[in-house]
Each structure stands twice: as C-alpha cells, then as structure tokens.
Ligand binder design. Structure first.
Ligand SMILES: *Cc1c(COP(=O)(O)O)cnc(C)c1O
Length: 433
C-alpha cells in the first residue's frame, strides 16, 4: 500500500509509531526498527555520481523529492535524520522539517534564514532564557533589531510592526509563566499586513512549540509559518539526547539545509535515532498520561493553603481558559492543556516569596523520590525548578517581575509517575514553610 494511502487510513498516533513504511531515504526495508547509522562519509561510486550529489543537495525539485538521495557526508544529510524529519513534519502537519543539534541551533537556524542585517524581529517579552540571550546579546552585533513586547496586546503589536519587520517570534505556552499567545489572532493580523507587501518582505510567524508538543497543539494549522522544537524535551521524552527541529513550508527546506551545512549545528544520527524509535512512537501515550496527572496535581495545589496561585491552561481558573480550549487540541480534537504548570506561594513580600520558593525546592532536592530538581522538561520523570535563578537567570530580576514572573515561582514538568506519589512529595515539601 502506498504511504500516501496509509496517511488517510490511519490515525496520526499510529502513524508516529510506524512512520513511512517504505522510504526512499531508507534502504533497510527488512528492519522492523531502523538501525542507527554511523558513517560520517559515503561511498560515491564515481566522480559523476559525486558531482550529481552536490548538484542535488539543497536543490529540491519534484524529481529529487521522490528519489533516493545521494548521500555525501553526514553534515549534509544521512538516513536517520532524514527519516526522522519526515515524521516530525507529519507530527506538526508541516510540509518539511530540518533537524538541528539542539533547540537553540534550530531557533538560530530559522531566524538566520528569515532575518538579515538591518531587519527587525518582534518577540514576546517572556521566553526561554537562552533565546532571550540570543536576542539581546548577539543580534545587536549583527545589526538585527529585536523588539521585546507584550504579545498579549495585539494592538500594541500592530503598531510596533515596521517596514523592516520580518519575524514575529513567541512561545505558547510561554516559558515559564504558561500564559498563552493567540496564534490564530496574530496569524490573521499578519496575513492582512503581508497582503500589502511584496513576498520577500513578508512577516513570518515562528512559534516555539516545545512546551505543548505537537500532540497538544499544532501552530501551523492555526496559521503560523514555522514551528521550532527542542527535541531534548517532550518529543524526545526520555531525556537521553539533545536535538532540535524547524518545521515549515517546503520552499524553505533548501535554505535551512544550506544554513545547517555552513553553520554546522547538525543533529547526530545517534541522537536522531532515539527520537525516531522511542520518542515519537510514545509521544501520545506519554502526554495523555501526563496531562491527566498534571490536571490532578494542579487541582490539588490550587486548593493548598500555602499556594497563592497555580497557572495551568487546563484549570477553569486559568485567565485564558477560552484561548486554551481553542488552540490546545490533541490529534483527535480533544482539549490537551499540556504537561507543565507554574505556581507561586503565599508570602509577605517578594523576598519572602523567593525564600519560600527556594526552601520548597531545596527540600524536594534533598527528600523527594518522585520529583527531581533539574532544568529541562517533558521527561518521563517529574522535574521541578526555580526559573528566577535557573533557566531565566539571563533576564535581570527587576525585568522578570515586569514580565509576569514571581521571584519565588516554581515550575513543574510532570512525568509518568502516579499522581499520588508526586502529590505526597509536594505536600511534604510545602509543609516545611
Ligand atoms: C529547552 C528549550 C529550548 C532550547 O532547547 P535546547 O535543546 O536545550 O537547545 C528552547 N525553547 C524552549 C521553550 C525550551 O524549553
């Protein structure tokens, strides 16, 4: 049966287990599981075939798309990455995917392709700390301006757009506060503006979908142009390897491949393999279980006398609950509010809040069994961290508060443990303050 037929007949969840049953990228037709390839360079047979390989690399045509690639050198392309890319594009309902060594390589890759010196990027003001550092420490050196705005305010966004603006960049849910950005609303506004511009000046929307995973949200279906992921997180799922991916329109594939070839940042096949074999096939299973548990824990913490507020898109008290319902949907269309929450503790002052947050976290680090103090997220194990002093320490303390972060705020990424075990560890830690 042709793979195109399979896509119509089977659900996305099942497809992520099998991928394309027969792929031109893969000549190991009799393996049930694709082998890890480990070859930095490839036999070229003849000078002519070698030359043809260089002609075809990053020159995708209808003809080359459906033929076996001429493999040349791992940095240009190799089977594990290529098969993984087919599956990742499918998981996000995108036309093509290009993998990178890690999430930051993917983010700098897509922005490197979309923005040049003299142009402008608009980004939401709260985001992953290293992306913030990329925008504030590095892009000024390349003469790329970055406006960090509150993208919850669409009128403000509209008035900030300049003729040089090429990219609108954000995460949703936002790391670490879990507020949401209206993907469809921004897409609608951008579409209107793009209609007045020549194509090379179009504004592209790039969404970091790491927190939601494609199981809970597919920004491309909502009108975004590109999605980036840290594969290190929920898609990889087991916390064994780093990786990143850009998913977007087919016509950008070649530019992304050329960027990756020249800037490096290529995903190792040994890191692509676990995502292909363990991560994607178990994504929906893991995330379904994690959502149930996250919901249960969020409800528990919301009732807890020591807790001031819980931010989780699945709670009816979540200020953007309607937007969550609209844009966070699983492959079957059911509400899928994700596997992370952010909570704050009752306190007398910002300093008191910070002290209490640290006390809870330190108690967990010393005593908990089912919760681990560690950065990263989306793993089979529940991870706790203090964004103010860890993942977001690149953002100065006063600015953290302006960006909606509480000095003592705690981020929880829920794993696949049983909920009562996580609750037991949390209650014990909260009883210390
Ligand atoms: C971890 C993370 C990144 C960076 O990914 P790496 O794989 O660590 O490079 C980017 N965005 C978000 C939201 C993340 O959580």
């Amino acid at each position: 049966m042709s793979d195109e037929k399979n896509k119509d007949r089977y659900t996305k969840e099942t497809h992520l287990i099998y991928g394309q049953a027969h792929s031109k990228k893969w000549d190991y037709d009799h393996h049930v599981v694709p082998p890890i390839t480990s070859s930095a360079t490839y036999r070229l047979d003849s000078a002519q075939r070698g030359a043809q390989g260089f002609v075809e690399f990053a020159h995708t045509t209808e003809e080359t798309k459906n033929k076996e690639p001429i493999l040349i050198y791992d940095r240009l392309g190799e089977p594990n990455k290529d098969i993984l890319e087919e599956n990742l594009a499918y998981a996000e309902s995108g036309e093509c995917a290009v993998t990178f060594a890690c999430g930051m390589a993917a983010i700098s890759g897509v922005l490197g392709v979309l923005a040049r010196s003299g142009e402008d990027i608009i980004a939401h003001r709260t985001m992953y700390g290293c992306t913030y550092s990329l925008f504030t420490n590095w892009y000024p050196r390349y003469n790329i301006s970055v406006q960090l705005l509150n993208l919850h305010d669409l009128d403000m966004l509209r008035s900030a757009i300049k003729p040089e603006t090429r990219v609108i960049y954000f995460e949703s849910p936002v790391n670490p506060t879990l507020t949401l950005i209206d993907i469809g609303g921004i897409a609608e506004m951008t579409k209107q503006i793009n209609e007045t511009r020549p194509e090379e000046e179009h504004i592209r929307i790039v969404v970091d979908n790491t927190f939601a995973t494609p199981y809970c949200q597919r920004p491309l279906e909502l009108g975004a142009d590109f999605v980036v992921h840290s594969l290190t997180k929920g898609i990889g799922g087991f916390g064994t390897d780093m990786g990143g991916v850009v998913i977007g329109p087919e016509k950008y594939r070649d530019m992304l491949l050329l960027y990756r070839k020249d800037f490096g940042g290529v995903l190792s096949p040994k890191a692509a393999w676990p995502v292909l074999v363990y991560g994607l096939p178990t994504l929906s299973l893991r995330v379904q279980r994690q959502i149930q548990t996250t919901m249960e824990i969020a409800e528990h913490l919301e009732q807890h006398p020591k807790v001031k507020a819980v931010s989780y898109p699945g709670l009816p008290s979540f200020p953007q609950y309607d937007l969550a319902q609209k844009q966070m949907r699983n492959y079957e269309g059911a509400f899928a509010p994700g596997t992370l929450m952010y909570f704050t503790l009752k306190s007398d002052s910002p300093q008191d809040s910070r002290d209490r947050g640290e006390k809870v976290i330190n108690y967990v680090a010393d005593n908990a069994y089912a919760i681990t103090l560690a950065v990263s997220l989306g793993h089979t194990r529940t991870l706790i961290e203090h964004p103010g002093s860890m993942t977001h320490s690149a953002i100065p303390a006063e600015e953290q508060v302006q960006r909606g972060m509480d000095p003592g705020g705690i981020r929880l990424s829920i794993g696949i443990e049983r909920p009562e075990d996580i609750i037991q560890d949390l209650d014990e830690a909260l009883s210390q303050i």
